[in-house]
Write a protein that binds this ligand. Structure first.
Ligand code: ZN
Ligand code: ZN
Length: 267
């Protein structure tokens, strides 16, 4: 299913934000420059590799479970554990994936693994939405196996599994979009600051050794691995965006009134 939805979604976001409405979205850009086209082709190529690895991990899990080699706890009858548990399990798998991702990410940032595996993802210093799945094949497998591990231990309704994978794919694309849409005060809010804005992972791509978490910020805060200037950089990005948006609005009002005056006096 990932194969069917990844390219239409990541490609669609790319076509709208990076191409069709590029000028309109410019104030929202985190890094002002755009990457060269060879980087974009590389991201597309590696995304294919990742989708193949995701399929291999998924099919292997399915075959092993069907043949009884492993036992999984995926169920289809919602009444077995109830709706409350279904909702809870959505958050459980999200937390588990965040934990898996953070520590796997720290591991692939060690010298040897970085050079061999993770440097592929970091070729995108200024990522596009298509960098979301731009991984070395080993990292693609590492990114995927948190799911089989989880369902071998914890019961998960089939639909929750589908919603979860779709949800995290959307977040992943968003974090690599290269644009910041969250409010300027996001990191000052006592709850929202635990949810990463796109700038958080974008900064990881441009500066490498910090900001290792993806969707939620708790591991970076516990381990002290947020970049020390993360919050001030976020402020800088969002203040620049807000002031560009304000200028654009004022200019369009000015142009509008100029047009009215011209029409009134026929000049
Ligand atoms: Zn990334
Ligand atoms: Zn990294």
């Amino acid at each position: 299913m990932n194969i069917l939805r990844y390219f239409p979604i990541a490609g669609g976001v790319f076509l709208i934000i990076w191409m069709w409405k590029k000028d309109w979205f410019q104030p929202f850009r985190i890094q002002q420059l755009f990457p060269k086209s060879d980087k974009l082709f590389f991201e597309i190529k590696q995304s294919f590799t990742t989708l193949i690895m995701f399929t291999i991990v998924g099919m292997t899990t399915f075959v092993l479970a069907k043949s009884g080699v492993i036992k999984t706890y995926v169920y289809r009858d919602i009444d077995i554990h109830g709706w409350g548990y279904a909702v809870l399990s959505f958050f459980l798998i999200w937390l588990w994936q965040e934990t898996w991702f953070y520590w796997m990410h720290r591991a692939v940032h060690t010298k040897k693994l970085y050079k061999w595996v993770h440097s592929v993802h970091h070729k995108s210093v200024n990522p596009s939405p298509l960098a979301a799945y731009s991984f070395h094949y080993i990292e693609a497998a590492l990114e995927a196996i948190y799911l089989p591990i989880f369902i071998m231990v914890v019961p998960l309704h089939f639909n929750v599994l589908i919603i979860h994978t779709f949800f995290v794919m959307l977040l992943n694309v968003y974090f690599h979009t290269g644009y910041e849409f969250y409010s300027k005060n996001w990191l000052n809010h006592p709850i929202l600051k635990w949810i990463n804005p796109a700038t958080h992972h974008n900064l990881h791509h441009s500066k490498f050794h910090g900001n290792y978490s993806l969707y939620l910020n708790f591991w970076d805060r516990i381990m002290g691995t947020n970049f020390p200037y993360y919050e001030s950089y976020y402020r800088e990005v969002t203040e620049r965006r807000n002031s560009e948006l304000k200028n654009r609005k004022e200019n369009s009002i000015l142009k509008g009134s100029e047009k009215v005056v011209r029409e009134q006096y026929g000049i």
